[in-house]
Design a protein around this ligand. Sequence first.
Ligand SMILES: *Cc1c(COP(=O)(O)O)cnc(C)c1O
Length: 360
Amino acid sequence: MGSAPRAVIDLTALRHNLERVRTLAPNSRILAVVKANAYGHGLFRIVTALGTAVDGLAVARVGEGVSLRQAGISSSIVVLEGCTDQQELNLAATNRLEMVVHNLEQIKLLQQQKLNYPVVCWLKMDTGMHRLGLPLNSALATYQELESCNSVLGKPRLMTHFANADDLADPTTKNQWQLFQTITSELDAETSCANSGAILGWPETHADWVRPGIMLYGVSPFMNGRPEDYGLQPVMSLQSQLIAINHYKKGDAIGYSGTWVCPEDMAVGVVSIGYGDGYPRHAVSGTPVLLNGQRVPLVGRVSMDMISLDLRTCPEARVGDPVTLWGADLPVEEIAEAANTIPYQLLCGVTARVDFIEEQ
Ligand SMILES: *Cc1c(COP(=O)(O)O)cnc(C)c1O
């Protein structure tokens, strides 16, 4: 097996999570969000496993969509950021990518270009997220411009994105949903709003198409949430091995900057995983790690290739013992909290040095 870290990708868990989306949003079609290398799980692996069980895919950028086409994927693919210039629009059109249109420049591009292959467009309205999207008061006019544009295939669709759907106590989602309805009630268009937080927490917003990302990978979108609370199963398990066990004296300082000092004579283990693999450098001393299935605390700084563990509670530990950094029995949510970040960043951040292994 060697000491190289592995990310084990459980495709049965992925299919289970997709089934959860179907059950929660039975009347909506599903656009599976696979941007950023399928949240770090491997784009082709995930898209292939999802297969025809989803109604379409969403990526952030044109390049991501083109690489899916080059791999022979024929599903609908929506590009969430759309295009910025003529060349990119041509590339998108030739590859039959669907475009999100979120600004006036993109509308102009579509109007100026005579596309050989017209593109499906999703007009994105800003209902309060204040990142991408056209202002609500321009909805009717921009919709009509797109509808009458020769480069646009069929009826444009309407979408928006929620800023706070991961907070069930925040009224922002309801407000955004109401604003979105004021325009969709006037236009006979297909609609899409819901990310994972809204799929799980705001059922009234499911609309025609849901856009699950993080929940497909078995991770809770909610603060302090855990997958089992929502019937989800983690897809990624990050694993490595114990490569050394050393015995130190009370007062010995461990690792870079000596931020952790042995409170007594004790054994300290070293695991082959570090920020060079995507384990978060800001994980604090005390962050849990599973050694032989037992929780032990990380101690000292995370370095590029290694971390250290307090072995006082496992005298039976041996070099070569298996270690899990996150996975089914140690939620990535908990590691994210210990590193002052979110699970999304940890999943996306697993580096190319890690071996990926699929479990069917
Ligand atoms: C990333 C993204 C999603 C998916 O969000 P999750 O929180 O991962 O479910 C949906 N819609 C848009 C526009 C996105 O950018």
